[in-house]
Every structure is written in C-alpha cells, then in structure tokens.
Design a protein around this ligand. Structure first.
Ligand code: URA
Length: 434
C-alpha cells in the first residue's frame, strides 16, 4: 500500500477499507507517513466525506494507536467531561475539582487551542510550574492521590490524536464531524473512564454552527461511547457569545478560580459549570437526582472542598497553587485598552469565533506548533448579548503586550459587535440533552 494511492482513492470519492485506514493511522503515528501526505488525505476526507464504516475505523485506529488505561487502583467511579470547543470555554478547570470533591475520579486528557477555540492545556500551563506532560505513572499517581489528574495526549495515550490534532489545526480540517468524533473519543476512551459528559457547543463560536449539525455531532459522539459500554450524556449548549467574562489563557484560569470562590454563579459560566458537574455525578452514579446533584456540586463550592481539590492537583502537577489566592502570580499583560460602543442600543450579536481569533492573533494562540503563547493576552467581555449599552460604554477591555496591533484589534473588536435598537432574547444556555 502507498499513501498516495489512498489519497487518490479518497480524492475521487471512494470508501477506504478498514485495512487502508489502519495503514494510514499507524504509518502516520510511527512517523512513516509524512505530514504533507496525511494533510492531503485529511483534506480529501474533509471534502469528500467519510462513511459510517470509515468513521468507526478511524475512531478505533486512533484509540488503539496507544495504551487504553485502567485505574483499578482507584476504587471510585471514573468520569470525564469534554467540550467540542468554544470561546471562553474553561469549564474543565472548575468541574473536574467539583466532581473529585464529590467522590468521582476524573482522569482528564485535554487538548490545546484548536482553530479559534482555546485549549484547557494552554490555560493550565499559564499557572507557573504546572506540568501537563506527566508520565503515565505520574498520571496514575496524581489520580490516586487527588481524585483528578489533568494531562494532554502523550506518546503513550492517544498518540495518533496528538499528531493529527495539531495537523488538522494547521490545515483547516477541524470542523468535520468524523474527525471531531475520532479526535475526542480516541482520547476519552483511552482514559480508563466509566462515563463521559459531553458539552457539544452550538453557534457562531462553535465548530458546528447550526443546531442540527450540533445534534448530529452529539448523537454520533454519544453512540460511539455507548457502543464501548460507557455511560454518556451529551448537553448541547449555546456558543453564540464567549462563555463567561474573560477570553484568554491566564485570565480564564483565574475566572475558573473565581467560580470556585463562589463568585458570579448566577451568570452563564457559573451556571454551565454546575450543570455539567451535576451530570458528571449522575453518570458516575454518586447521585441519582439531577437537582440533588446540582445542590451537591454547589455545596463543594460553598464549603471550599472543590477549591481545595484544585489546590491539591495544581501542587501535585508541580504548579504554584498560590494562584488560587493571588491572581497576580499568573502572567499579567503590560497594557490595557477599553473599546467603547460607537452607538446606543442593545447587543444583538457577537461574532464569537472572531473574538477567539483576535486573542489568538494577538499572541494568545499559535500559528505554528513551536510558537510560544502569550498567556497574558486577554479580552474582558463587559457587554454580553441582550445588554443595553449607551454610546461610549465599555464593550471589551483588551489586555495585551504587543502594542503594534492595537489599532487593528480595536477595529476588529468593534466590528465583532452588532448593536441594534431592539432587544432580542438571548438563547437558552442548555438547548438539548442527548
Ligand atoms: N476537541 C477535540 O479534542 N478534538 C476536536 O477535534 C474538537 C474538539
């Protein structure tokens, strides 16, 4: 078999066999197939589509590209949560400690920033010293000690996704259901979990912009997990504006800490955290009633138990846990500029993916894999959908280090906001449960 023949086959719209998908994924994972050939195959698949059988083969080949873990040494239900990607979407940093504080172990394998969306790993790495590249033995040890461990794909676990995730990011092949399913489920099924809560984003900041596409993605992800014997709940949640008040890396870590301090629990980010955490408790079987699960999640915040878990896991992964009390220990930007509304009215639309791209382009993301992230770049979102603003009111405050881009970014932020005379109702936060 030759890679170029399989690229040609897919380019011409034909279905690949199981063996052919295996050849591609194994060859690429072992560095025997170069990036340029895999990139060509990804684009051919993206444009021509993948059949159900090809998708199943891709998920399984990517899953078994590395070890599939078990955690018999941890006598607790093991449940994880994964989001399909959004802007300002930092719920993992809040809900993993909540679930752990309720007796659910969370062996979480996350990703880095992908396209315009932020990544949990990058946010965590803004904490001085925090290591997401634990060895397998360290991962298991932290999980046993803290009930939660937070890492990225490694050479041992989901290595195919480790390479393909980065390649898709750089080849405009991210927003495609079969690839998203294979990427997410290959990581999640390798973690050694009993159950999974999926946060499938829908809207202009998500990879799936329409509700129908998001539902198809949620159903496909849930079906894969259930076929593998896992308890799966998928929530389809709104991503038509940044989640919470901050977009960036260090600031999102601190905003998560603020939720664990009990702040702004009545706003979208706090509410979504409690909802997702509650579903994790149900999937893990430590609660059977959703309302009780919500209350129990909330109690871990009020008692400080969830914050204590976050401190424990940060310290166990060599991070400076003092960030939980002192945000100044996180990277800070040297400049601030507030962007103000040009006219009065109500916020009727925010181009959420553009907000994500602005943070990336100002240094908060990577253009190439080897790029260093500026963790301090941030947008503070003052005006959210449905808010009334007067001309001159603050829409966003930008925190940045690179002054040369200020004029361009200011214009882009202003253009990302649509202000109209009539007030429209914001979309519900949780739109469906699959
Ligand atoms: N999250 C992932 O892990 N992979 C994707 O492709 C999209 C979101």
């Amino acid at each position: 078999m030759r890679p170029q023949d399989l690229i040609e086959k897919k380019r011409d719209g034909h279905e690949l066999t199981r063996d052919e998908i295996a050849f591609l994924i194994r060859g690429y994972t072992r560095d025997e197939i170069p990036d340029y050939q895999m990139a060509a195959w990804l684009m051919a698949g993206f444009l021509r589509g993948l059949s159900e059988a090809e998708t199943v083969a891709l998920v399984e080949e990517m899953l078994y590209s590395g070890d599939v873990l078990t955690h018999d040494h941890v006598p607790l239900p093991k449940v994880d949560k994964h989001s399909t990607g959004g802007v300002g979407d930092k719920t993992s940093i809040v809900i993993a400690p909540i679930a752990a504080a309720c007796g659910v172990a969370v062996p979480m394998i996350s990703g880095r920033a992908l396209a315009h969306t932020g990544g949990t790993l990058d946010k965590l790495e803004s904490i001085p010293g925090f290591r997401t590249n634990l060895s397998l033995a360290e991962f298991k040890d932290v999980l046993a000690r803290c009930g939660v461990a937070l890492i990225g794909q490694t050479k041992e676990i989901a290595p195919a996704d480790r390479k393909l995730y980065a390649l898709r990011d750089l080849t405009a092949t991210v927003p495609f259901r079969p690839f998203i399913c294979a990427s997410i489920m290959s990581k999640k099924m390798a973690e050694g979990i009993d159950g999974l809560v999926l946060d499938v984003k829908t809207g202009n900041g998500a990879f799936m912009k329409s509700f129908d596409d998001s539902r198809l993605l949620a159903e496909a992800l849930a079906a894969i997990g259930r076929r593998m014997g896992k308890g799966v709940t998928a929530l389809i949640t709104d991503m038509n504006q940044p989640l919470g008040r901050w977009v960036g890396n260090a600031v999102e870590t601190f905003e998560s800490i603020e939720i664990l301090q009990g702040k702004r629990l009545d706003e979208d980010f706090g509410k979504l955290c409690l909802e997702l955490a509650a579903h994790m408790l149900l999937v893990g079987g430590v609660e059977t009633d959703l309302e009780l699960a919500r209350q129990r999640s909330l109690e871990t915040i009020h008692s400080g138990a969830a914050m204590e878990k976050l401190r424990e896991v940060i310290a166990a992964q060599d991070g400076d846990a003092r960030v939980c009390d002192n945000p100044k220990l996180l990277p800070q930007a040297t400049h601030q500029q507030t962007i103000k509304a040009a006219r009065s009215g109500f916020v009727a639309g925010i181009e959420t993916d553009e907000i994500g791209r602005i943070v990336m382009d100002w240094g908060g993301g990577r253009r190439r894999l080897e790029d260093k992230i500026d963790y301090a770049v941030a947008l503070h979102i003052h005006a959210k959908l449905g808010d009334e603003v007067k001309a001159g009111d603050a829409l966003v405050t930008a925190h940045f280090n690179d002054e040369s881009k200020l004029a361009e970014m200011q214009a882009r932020i202003l253009a990302a906001y649509r202000i109209e005379e009539a007030q429209s109702q914001p979309e519900p936060l949780v739109k469906a449960i699959v």
